[in-house]
Design a protein around this ligand. Structure first.
Ligand SMILES: [Zn+2]
Length: 330
């Protein structure tokens, strides 16, 4: 990816268990019979320093990526556009780029599937980051559930019963960052987050046995344009601009969708007036504060609705992209 950063989308969100969830730690209790045999992953809380369970950013990114791939696979089913199959060794961008010996980053970007363009792959860095999610206050004590592993062939008990720690409550706050994005990528992210928010996507361990149902609330959205002083031809307070609109010189090399990659928010956001002075105009939607995990559910629901309303504006460039790729939109 080119070094210049032209746009940034930051989302603050809150994830809440809607039933038992377990993000397994790599450390098992081994021979100690007093410990549950499957433990929730723990670290030190960034504010209090206390021992706490958390949702690792890599797990969240994995959930968002795999659901985004599912969406792309569905919509591009009849088209020529390939989408990485993470379950196959050869049917993915990494092996295709290696075979075709493509090393130039702009060329790689053009050759990659929509999922890898957004979430990165082995040699081409990601435009998307997910931070670790922490509860408002440390949670160390968890209920323990018994579970058994069922043998797929006989239907009998294969292993167990074994103990597992599950989280049932807590508001886990985290941040997502997408930069140098095209608007269809924001649309894809919005669709994935909408499905997770609606409880259609499970996270963590034993998903097929009913674990991992969560709720997700978008608490704050901020869009920034680094390196811009004043608006010029741009209306940063009203319009969301994709990388093609901001860096037309890179259009041909990277194969971006176009210089007209822009869409009106259609809603009033909060413009940071000092941003342009410092070379970084920014507009914010949703909560003003910095501690979404400390907010009540109705407050979070209200900002979630507001931000989903703003993100609806990206459905037009998203469907245009899918059609351009030969996919089907209804
Ligand atoms: Zn790919």
């Amino acid at each position: 990816m080119h070094k210049r950063r032209v746009n940034e989308l930051r989302l603050q969100l809150v994830i809440e268990p809607a039933g038992p969830i377990l993000i397994k730690s790599g450390v098992e209790s081994g021979a100690d019979p007093t410990l549950p045999s499957m433990n929730f992953v723990r670290t030190n809380h960034p504010r209090s320093g206390r021992r706490t369970i958390y949702l690792p950013g890599s797990s969240l990114k994995g959930v968002i990526r795999s659901h985004s791939e599912r969406i792309l696979h569905t919509m591009l089913a009849g088209s020529q556009t390939r989408v990485c199959n993470p379950l196959s060794r050869n049917d993915n961008c990494a092996s295709r780029l290696r075979e075709q010996e493509i090393v130039d980053t702009a060329q790689q970007y053009r050759a990659m599937c929509p999922a890898c363009r957004t979430f990165g792959h082995m040699t081409n860095a990601s435009h998307f980051f997910s931070a670790d999610a922490y509860p408002a206050a440390a949670i160390d004590e968890l209920p323990v559930r018994q579970n058994v592993a069922i043998d797929r062939l006989s239907g009998g008990v294969a292993v167990g019963p074994f103990d597992m720690e599950v989280a049932l409550t807590g508001k886990f706050g985290t941040r997502l960052l997408l930069y140098n994005f095209e608007l269809w990528q924001v649309g894809l992210l919005a669709l994935a987050l909408r499905d997770i928010a609606a409880g259609r996507v499970r996270v963590g361990f034993a998903k097929s046995r009913g674990l991992g149902e969560v709720r997700l609330y978008l608490a704050q959205m901020e869009v920034s344009y680094p390196g811009r002083f004043g608006g010029g031809d741009f209306a940063f307070d009203q319009t969301l601009y994709g990388v093609g609109a901001l860096a037309p010189d890179l259009l041909a090399d990277y194969g971006y969708v176009g210089a007209d990659d822009r869409v009106a928010y259609g809603r009033e956001g909060h413009m940071d007036e000092s941003g342009a002075v410092w070379g970084r105009p920014s507009i914010r939607f949703g909560l003003a504060g910095d501690d979404p995990e400390g907010q009540s559910t109705p407050t979070l629901e209200a900002s979630h609705q507001e931000i989903m309303g703003v993100l609806t504006s990206t459905m037009a460039p998203w469907t245009a992209f899918i059609r351009q790729q030969g996919g089907v939109t209804v």
